[in-house]
Design a protein around this ligand. Structure first.
Ligand code: C2E
Ligand code: MG
Ligand code: MG
Length: 744
């Protein structure tokens, strides 16, 4: 209710002022009276609303504005009384109140919160303000002071010189706030107020210049319209500040930097002053003496201005550009975000973080690393439109700001295309082919959401993408929380977990679906921390990968599993059972992997043919390191399984080229089995594919007898899942296996 009234009142007032102006312009006889009445009314309302606005925020600004408006009423009244009956004291009161008004309005403008300046920034600001002041002073001198000094009796100088100087004060105060970044949003009440003050200074200078020629300025239509409108703008600003305050809207924050156009204000001021000099010289018929000098000086100043503007642009460019890649830097990204916010567009952001970039630097050196970073920048640029902004915001972290995003797919599509481009084109440096992998977080914000949140959200999504595996994108969801702190904590504690015996290996049987006999056991690690309690491998394996602990941890699990399975084999001769052990992508990068595995086999006595290593798809496509190691292990008889098949890399082509023996169908596909052709589509396709390639299929996550039956019908021979057994301690599984078949 209050908010609506707050929105309607300015409109009603503007209409009333418009009507008043029509009357004032149409009936010259009543113009002065009508004008005076309007000014007094507007000042009155301005004072009242100013005081009301001061209750909420920007107290000093609105209070000083209110006092200024009240003084303006006294001024109008005093001058009106003097005009009516020639009363001299009334004239003095009016003029002094007018001068007081200038001081108060200037004070109000200067009190608008703006950046604090120190050191060099302060002196640069002082020089700019100085230039603006002197440009404005030249205008005042030419239009008001000079005509007054030469043509008006000195008794009137208090007003005729005092007012123009007051206006100068107003103009400079407003520019001062602008130069200090006090104006960020155009619709903000404070911005409107500053606009009104500036407008007032201009209209009143016009008044002064007319008055200095001895004419009655209050009859000039331009003065009447200009001053009424300026007064109206200031009043509306106070009304809006009051309405916004009662609605608890946020006031505009102080900009970290003044808007870029304000940097040009001193130049505009110098140019205006010089133009005046030129005009004055020509008009004053002193061209023969001063013409050449002024002309040449104007030319010099023009050249210097051009030079200044060029270096200003250069400096700006430097501060927003990443020198290595030529993309924007963090400041450039922020500026792009601010522009998009001002346009009230729906914006998207991608955070692109390279996977394992440290290894590129370590293995190939920093120069090669830099080439990779430059190539990544080129790829990013090739996949965005010219209005979008690509930036490098950290060593191997990039951000892409997408403007005018209409739907989610616009943003996620760009992420997918960028990843595909990386996957198909390794960076060639000399004889080396360096694969580029990245994790991408995607976030999209609506115009009224806080754009600062955008980067944070994209960053959270990126972290989730990193945790979920390598080389994929994730879209931000509100349920995503920042797991970094917890992961950091886990990383610290994981170091000691191995020594402290907090880790345990559980075994889940892999069964033959036709007769339910166990044929193997998958080793699944568990961590029970004394304070944190049980920690899921989904949580700590990604942490272990990042810190590198996975190398020791993985070997320990391998050794435990091989020892255990060998023990089972020896205890019940005749039962063929193999060990299935997960190997993380990070382990595949390890040059000693083959030797380490063979050493474990020889230490434990497990035949190589009874070991299956489970590897995720994304690890296997990084051909550079993984393939030779896997091929070599296979030559020794170890079998390779692709774990979670179907969830990672989307190209199937690699299956025909890579050294694999088993496909483990991911449980997300098994859970879709519902006896319909649609539900079975993926599973069926995987089974056909592996039949052609002569691979064994193992279905993961079988939970119901119906799923087991359907899998069998589709031709799947092996499986694992809660239906048969959960991951169990070795002793429990042994007992279960002694009863021969494990029936679901
Ligand atoms: P994975 O290799 O795909 O292992 C299968 C996961 O599915 C296990 O989760 C298992 O408990 C669970 N599971 C088995 N049957 C069912 C079922 O019927 N229904 C459902 N809903 N889940 C089932 P777990 O033990 O939490 O392990 C999660 C992942 O952590 C593993 O996925 C593997 O990627 C990783 N992981 C576990 N141990 C190791 C390890 O020693 N080394 C490495 N590198 N990764 C490991
Ligand atoms: Mg597995
Ligand atoms: Mg799996």
């Amino acid at each position: 209710m209050g908010r609506r009234a707050g929105a309607v009142a300015p409109v009603v007032l503007s209409l009333a002022v418009g009507a008043g102006l029509v009357v004032a312009l149409a009936v010259p006889a009543h113009r002065a009276a009508c004008f005076g009445l309007m000014l007094v009314t507007l000042d009155g309302l301005g004072a009242v609303y100013g005081l009301r606005a001061a209750r909420h925020r920007a107290r000093l600004t609105w209070r000083l504005a209110a006092v200024g408006r009240a003084l303006s009423i006294v001024c109008t009244a005093g001058l009106a009384v003097n005009a009516y009956n020639g009363n001299d004291p009334a004239w003095y009161v009016g003029v002094c109140a007018g001068l007081g008004m200038f001081v108060c309005l200037a004070g109000a403008s200067l009190s608008v919160s703006a950046r604090k300046l120190e050191g060099r920034a302060f002196w640069a600001f002082a020089a700019e303000t100085h230039a603006v002041f002197n440009g404005a002073f030249m205008l005042v001198w030419y239009f008001a002071v000079h005509p007054t000094l030469t043509g008006v009796p000195s008794s009137l100088w208090l007003q005729l010189i005092g007012y123009p100087l007051g206006n100068l004060l107003l103009a400079v105060s407003v520019f001062t706030v602008l130069l200090r970044g006090g104006v960020t949003r155009l619709g903000d009440p404070v911005t409107i107020f500053l606009g009104g003050v500036l407008f007032y200074a201009i209209a009143d200078t016009l008044w002064a210049s007319i008055g200095a020629r001895g004419e009655h300025a209050q009859h000039s239509p331009a003065v009447v319209v200009g001053l009424s409108a300026a007064s109206l703008v200031m009043t509306v600003a106070a009304m809006r500040a009051d309405a916004a305050g009662s609605g608890h809207r946020r006031s505009a924050p102080v900009a970290a930097q003044a808007p870029s156009w304000t940097a040009y204000l001193p130049y505009v001021s110098v140019a205006a002053g010089n133009t005046l000099m030129l005009v004055g010289t020509i008009q004053g018929q002193e061209f023969t003496l001063w013409g050449g000098l002024v002309l040449a000086q104007t030319a010099i100043i023009a050249a210097l201005l051009v030079r200044q503007v060029i270096s200003l642009r250069d400096t700006r460019e430097l501060t927003v550009t990443d020198t290595l890649t030529g993309l924007a830097n963090l400041a450039g990204l922020r500026a792009g975000l601010a522009r998009a916010t001002a346009r009230r567009e729906r914006t998207g952001m991608l955070i692109v973080d390279l996977d394992d970039f440290k290894q590129v630097n370590d293995r190939y050196g920093h120069d090669t690393g830099n080439v990779v970073l430059i190539e990544v920048a080129r790829t990013l640029r090739a996949h965005i439109r010219s209005a979008d902004v690509a930036a490098r915001v950290g060593g191997d972290e990039y951000a892409v700001l997408l403007t005018g995003v209409e739907e989610q797919a616009d943003a996620t599509g760009v992420a997918a295309r960028i990843l595909a481009a990386f996957a198909t084109g390794p960076v060639r440096v000399g004889a080396d082919n360096i694969p580029v992998r990245a994790s991408v977080g995607v976030a999209i914000t609506d115009p009224d959401e806080d754009p600062q949140e955008l980067q944070h959200r994209a960053d959270l999504a990126m972290y989730e993408a990193k945790r979920a595996g390598k080389h994929l994108w994730k879209l931000y969801e509100p349920s995503m929380i920042d797991r970094r702190a917890r992961d950091g904590q886990l990383a610290d504690r994981l170091e000691d977990a191995l020594q402290a015996g907090q880790l345990q290996v559980l075994y889940q049987p892999l069964v033959n679906l036709t007769d339910g006999r166990p044929v193997g056991a998958e080793a699944l690690v568990r961590w029970t921390h004394p304070q944190l309690g049980p920690v899921s491998p989904m949580e700590f394996i990604p942490v272990a990968e990042r810190t590198g602990v996975i190398i020791r941890l993985g070997l320990w699990v391998l050794e435990e599993a091989c020892k255990q399975v060998r023990a089972w084999q020896l205890r019940s001769p005749g039962t063929a059972i193999y060990a299935s052990v997960n190997v993380s992508p990070r382990q595949l990068q390890e040059p000693t992997l083959v030797a380490d595995v063979l050493a474990v086999l020889s230490r434990t006595g497990l035949p190589a043919g009874d070991l299956v290593l489970e590897i995720t798809e994304s690890a296997i496509v990084d051909e550079h390191a993984a393939v030779p190691a896997l091929a070599s292990l296979r030559e020794h008889g170890v079998r390779i399984a692709v774990d979670d098949f179907g969830t990672g890399y989307s190209s199937l082509q690699y299956l025909t080229r890579l050294p694999v023996d088993v496909l483990k169908i991911d449980r997300s596909f098994v859970s879709q089995l519902d006896s319909t052709p649609e539900g079975a589509a993926v599973v069926e396709a995987v089974i056909r594919l592996s039949q052609v390639l002569r691979l064994r299929t193992v279905a993961e996550g079988i939970e119901t007898p119906a799923q087991a039956t359907e899998l069998q019908l589709l031709g799947c021979t092996h499986g694992q899942g809660y239906l048969f057994a959960r991951p169990l301690p070795a002793a429990e599984l042994h007992e279960m296996m002694s009863t021969a078949a494990i029936r679901g």
